[in-house]
Design a protein around this ligand. Structure first.
Ligand SMILES: [Zn+2]
Length: 512
């Protein structure tokens, strides 16, 4: 069995600057034997899909893995077109050299757009299909936030989305893809149903353990007990993509039974549409958050608080450097509070140059021009420095290696701690602070630039009742009515009033 392995992962924010080759290479780039070595190592850089897929295939008997390449920019802007074309050509060359192939596995995100292309995953999947032909199984895993196009469904035999948000099942879904590949290699033919809903739920309403979305995922998983059903994926969408393939999706894949796939997709989609008004964002104004933390700082019997700066989440393509909450907390005299992680390579480099213990006047965002970010000047002391390479201990990054670039812990005005990094990431892993020596248990307040993945990293310290989603500025605000949309499919809920909708009667997409 000769199986090609590859990955392309990007969640494109339509309002963020394009993601170029340098950004992709700085965040994740593995090619050929280095890719296979990575996923077979303990602390891999692969997000988990290829690792899980390879585990299953390794356990099933002799096979020939043909590792091509994986790259990821996490969340950023649209992929720069020249780079995207080069990457597709790299994959095409690799596939041709690997022929004959028995199967292809793609670790994808599914919410990419491009500077010249609205559906990069559709283009990539079509390029793969054109080379391997109609009879070779092509399976891809997708992020739960994927914006799925009909082309993505038509060009693959099976799409499998994450079922957890925070995403702690990337490796499990890779394993599921491996088991499905073995079935398809054994002769099973898939039949697929795809429903696109005119729904744009805000990101904070898509946690998988609660609400209508959690219920839909639970039902979809339960459906897989039916021998006819191979997989049912419920994709929440990434709203800030602002491109034509935006919107929630349901993909049901059956073992040869189109009617079973259609019925499953229609049931899930109908249920989501019926409960859409429960999918809302409830954020706390910065002034209220400040008052809550002031109380917690003054009264030791009150629980410590975790504030999610959801609108500036780099995990959705935001800048990761807005200072609105920091400024409010500094002005209010707050202490024993930490912020993580602020993207400010110039400030991190300056701290490294000055050394641990140095005092200086820190200029945050000195070269940043985006009006949301906000420049800020504060007295600073360098508390600790690192190269920013961490191995995670919980949640999405458990046992994975991540590079934040040169990193500095600065104490501002003698009372508020901020971790500054040189590679833009969201803060979803306690070691992003702990590796510098910050003791999370001593804090009264913790402010994280993350939308929801932090929950899987910090839930040993903070319960849901201690978590507050703050309404700050940023490129991924879930307050969708404020966003200057340009390219969304319209009409769409909740932006347009009076929509009526029901699932289409015929929802099949190109059986293979
Ligand atoms: Zn996601």
């Amino acid at each position: 069995m000769r199986i090609a392995l590859l990955g392309f992962m990007l969640e494109s924010n339509g309002f963020a600057a394009p993601a170029d080759e340098a950004e992709f290479r700085s965040k994740l780039w593995l090619e050929g034997d280095a890719l296979l070595a990575d996923v077979r190592a303990a602390a891999s850089r692969d997000p988990g899909g290829i690792k899980g897929f390879v585990e299953v295939m390794d356990g099933a008997g002799p096979w020939t893995p043909l590792p091509l390449a994986i790259t990821s920019a996490g969340a950023s802007g649209p992929v720069e077109d020249g780079f995207f074309r080069r990457f597709v050509a790299l994959i095409e060359d690799g596939l041709r050299a690997a022929l004959p192939l028995d199967g292809v596995y793609v670790e994808a995100h599914g919410a990419a757009s491009g500077t010249a292309e609205d559906d990069p995953e559709g283009v990539l999947f079509a390029a793969i299909r054109a080379i391997v032909g109609p009879d070779v199984p092509v399976i891809a895993t997708l992020d739960l936030h994927a914006n799925v196009s009909p082309e993505m469904v038509a060009q693959t035999d099976l799409l499998i989305a994450y079922i957890t948000n925070p995403h702690v099942d990337m490796r499990e879904r890779g394993q599921e893809a491996g088991r499905a590949m073995l079935e398809l290699l054994g002769g099973v033919k898939t039949r697929k149903a795809f429903i696109k809903l005119p729904m744009l739920p805000p990101s904070v309403s898509l946690l998988s353990d609660r609400g209508p979305y959690g219920a839909a995922i639970a039902r979809a998983v339960a459906m897989q007990a039916d021998p006819a059903i191979l997989n049912v994926s419920v994709l929440g969408n990434f709203s800030l993509g602002d491109y034509p393939k935006n919107g929630m999706s349901v993909i049901a894949t059956a073992r040869g039974d189109q009617a079973a796939a259609d019925a499953a997709a229609r049931e899930i989609a109908t249920g989501l549409w019926a409960r859409r008004e429960e999918l809302v964002a409830r954020l706390t104004p910065i002034e209220t958050a400040t008052a809550m933390l002031r109380d917690a700082c003054q009264d030791a019997t009150l629980p410590a608080l975790l504030f999610a700066d959801v609108a500036d989440n780099p995990g959705g393509g935001a800048r990761g450097n807005t200072t609105a909450v920091l400024r409010a907390f500094l002005d209010a005299g707050i202490d024993r509070t930490a912020f993580a992680i602020h993207f400010d390579p110039e400030l991190a480099a300056e701290a490294h140059a000055k050394g641990v213990g140095a005092h200086f006047l820190a200029h945050l965002n000195r070269n940043e021009i985006h009006p949301d970010s906000g420049q800020l000047t504060a007295e600073a002391q360098v508390m600790a420095l690192s190269d920013g390479r961490i191995i995670g201990r919980r949640g999405l990054l458990a046992d994975r290696t991540l590079d934040c670039g040169p990193t500095a812990w600065l104490r501002l005005e003698g009372r508020i701690d901020v971790v500054f990094v040189s590679i833009r990431h969201q803060c979803m892993e306690p070691r992003m602070l702990e590796h510098l020596g910050i003791d999370l248990h001593q804090l009264r307040g913790l402010v994280l630039k993350s939308r929801g993945h932090f929950r899987a990293g910090f839930n040993d310290i903070y319960t849901d009742a201690q978590i507050i989603e703050v309404d700050g500025p940023g490129l991924v605000t879930p307050m969708l009515h404020r966003v200057p949309w340009r390219r969304l499919p319209r009409p769409i809920w909740p932006l347009d009033d009076g929509l009526s909708w029901s699932p289409p009667e015929v929802v099949a997409v190109g059986g293979t």
